[in-house]
Design a protein around this ligand. Structure first.
Ligand code: GLN
Length: 466
């Protein structure tokens, strides 16, 4: 599979064109339709845009993302196009704005090829909670590609675009990247503007790329990032991170490797990478993170609280779906929401409303906020002695469609290693680590201090190669 940077070299050498490349991707998208990866393609627009970019390239006007073919998860706004967050409640909704992160790619010459499947409002780990039906894993169509950016990761695994734009609130690009042999990076909170991203949990959400190589992830993220006056939480920090170490001090979170749910083959694969790092001169040491069991509960208290507030805007009046049965204003609200939201979204709105309610606010929401602070402080402390923290990305390889749908807790636990980075606001990447005996891929996860994404790219690249 050729990554964007490889394609770019060929494009600039005159060996290929954007038009040809878009055509090849569109053909493959048609051939893989049964995997339910794309919910809409922008074929004619993409062809037109490819011709424009080819013309620009001929005149020597070459943007940093010239001819980069991107897919967008159905939570990323693209002006004039449908945006539904995988939900019935946004049925028929067309957005009038373009997400800043996407706009920056387009300004540099990117070509948007279509919209990818995802869990409703990005809530899920398997892409099964989607109004469009489940997306299937290209490595085994009986299995999920992970979620919530399942379509995004599958669009890379099936070689249907160069870069997939997803979003990550608790692992939604890293977990599917792990299940699909791709690279998924969640930047530091604030690195990328959230303008134009459908809000799930605003203090966790980041628009994040999935790619086939680490160098593509680096390039895409660099273009997407930077302060945006439309998002006050976007950071002013320059792109460059701290100076890179020659030899890394890698801390391996012992509790992630010892956890009973960790699959033996995944564990062995991560251990092989640890040994290879050591053999190439890096120091690799186990380190204790005694709070592992608190991550998932804290994450689900805080994100559902934020979601219950964010999703109150879908009231049947301003957006999308309105129940045809509603007679009164009250019924417009209740019936539209009852009929428009899926079961998982409702579960989270109920949970979020509960933890914010007068009698339980102190016991749940406020305590979870305190735990979040403790987690961040402790992680910062650990990162004084280590350049990065390493763990598996997910406890297992891709699970079967339907396997966890009746057991939300089992589903939530598939994010046990990834939610850490979102809780503490730090950047983290999943890079391909290996395959299990049945040929299913899995990733290895690196977490770095705020604004040190450069370490993730540098060490991530080495990890893939060794
Ligand atoms: N799977 C996690 C959840 O369901 C993460 C989702 C995400 O990162 N958007 O909340």
């Amino acid at each position: 599979m050729q990554d964007y940077i490889g394609f770019r070299r060929a494009l600039l050498a005159g060996e290929t064109t954007c038009a040809q490349t878009v055509e090849t991707f569109l053909e493959r998208i048609t051939q893989t339709e049964r995997l339910n990866i794309f919910i809409e393609t922008f074929a004619d627009e993409a062809r037109k845009r490819a011709d424009e970019v080819d013309a620009q390239v001929r005149t020597g006007n070459v943007g940093k993302a010239a001819g980069m073919v991107v897919s967008i998860k159905d939570v990323v706004s693209y002006a004039g196009h449908t945006l539904t967050a995988g939900s019935k409640i946004l049925q028929g909704f067309k957005t009038v704005l373009t997400a800043t992160a996407l706009e920056r790619l387009i300004d540099e010459g990117a070509i948007v090829i279509g919209r990818t499947n995802c869990d409703e409002f990005a809530m899920g780990s398997s892409n099964e909670h989607s109004i469009y039906g489940p997306c299937r894993n290209p490595f085994d169509p009986e299995r999920t590609p992970g979620g919530s950016s399942g379509g995004a990761a599958a669009s890379i695994a099936a070689n249907l675009c160069h870069v997939a734009i997803g979003s990550d609130t608790g692992g939604s690009v890293r977990q599917p990247a792990s299940f699909c042999n791709a690279v998924g990076i969640k930047p530091t909170y604030g690195r990328v503007s959230r303008w134009g991203l459908v809000a799930y949990a605003s203090s966790f959400d980041q628009i994040s790329p999935i790619t086939s190589s680490v160098r593509d992830a680096e390039l895409a993220l660099e273009i997407m990032s930077g302060h945006d006056p439309k998002d006050n939480t976007s950071a002013m920090r320059p792109w460059q991170g701290p100076p890179l170490p020659e030899r890394y001090r890698v801390g391996v979170i012992r509790q992630t490797m010892d956890s009973p749910g960790l699959n033996a083959e995944v564990k062995a694969g991560v251990e092989t990478k640890m040994a290879a790092l050591q053999a190439t001169g890096h120091s690799v040491e186990y380190v204790d993170f005694p709070y592992l069991d608190y991550l998932v509960p804290t994450y689900y208290i805080l994100t559902t609280a934020e979601a219950s507030s964010n999703l109150s805007r879908y009231d049947g009046v301003r957006y999308g779906y309105r129940s045809p049965k509603a007679q009164t204003l009250e019924e417009v609200y209740t019936l539209s929401r009852t009929e428009g939201f899926g079961a998982e979204v409702k579960r989270r709105i109920l949970l979020g409303t509960f933890v914010l309610s007068a009698g339980y606010y102190d016991a749940y929401y406020q305590r979870a906020q305190k735990v979040r602070r403790i987690l961040r402080d402790y992680t910062r402390e650990l990162l004084k002695n280590f350049d990065v923290l390493l763990s598996p990305t997910t406890p297992t390889t891709a699970f079967k469609i339907g396997e966890k749908t009746d057991d939300p807790i089992a589903m939530y636990l598939s994010d046990i290693y990834t939610v850490h980075a979102n809780l503490v606001g730090m950047p983290a990447v999943s890079v391909p680590c290996g395959f299990d005996a049945s040929g299913l891929p899995f990733g290895v996860h690196l977490l770095a201090p705020e604004f040190a994404e450069n370490r993730l790219f540098d060490l991530g690249r080495r990890l893939v190669e060794i």
